[in-house]
Ligand binder design. Sequence first.
Ligand SMILES: [Zn+2]
Length: 253
Amino acid sequence: MYLKQIEQLVVLQKVDDEIVLLQDELKRAPEQIIELEKRRQDIEDSAELVRDKLKYLTDQQKRLDGEIETDSVRLKKSKSKMMMVGNQKEYHAMMREMDNLEKQNRGREEEKTTVAEELSRQNQELADIDGQAKELDSELVVARESLDARIQQAQARLDELGLRRNEAGQAVPRPILQRYEFIRSRLKNPVIVPVHAGICSGCHIAIPPQSFIELQKGIQILSCPNCQRLIYWSEHIEPEVKPEDEAAENAAE
Ligand SMILES: [Zn+2]
């Protein structure tokens, strides 16, 4: 009777260990997605910056074209007026003005070349960024799908564990189960721990010799006087089975 109860409490503990792990995994699962989304936002921000630059450069290009056009028209007009100038002074003044207009337009043509080069650089930059964005988008699709799968898997396992927890709980008397739940709500996992050679493996402190003798008798479920965890003598329960062994065992059943 006592051994059966201890055994079921240990089963309960194992189930709860796995539940804690799964819940932790579920909590951490979306972190990868959040990280990818953050990177995606960073890429979007730099694309926005490049688009601003492109807009500025295109405006520059338009302005230069407009100015070149205006001065070319003025230059043509001056050329046709040259025929009609009356005196030398006027003629020289017009020559100077035309020289100036030509010089300015040459300067603008050079500026246009620089702007065109920068435009092509920034367009390439934007194409690179768009490529990165596409790559990250497909990475995100895959990550979201696998997250969904992981959540479903973990949830299914949690449901299974919930059932096993109920089964194990039924074999344990109510007051002891309540004590178990009480300790679980107050202390860090585990709730029930073996005592090896008189040492509680929950807090690593020796229990009083009298308690150890009581424990070895295996009549009553005891608590560690130091950490309050439920205790059992390690010799009473077989050493813990590894998960893969347990899986093999379940398959054989
Ligand atoms: Zn203890």
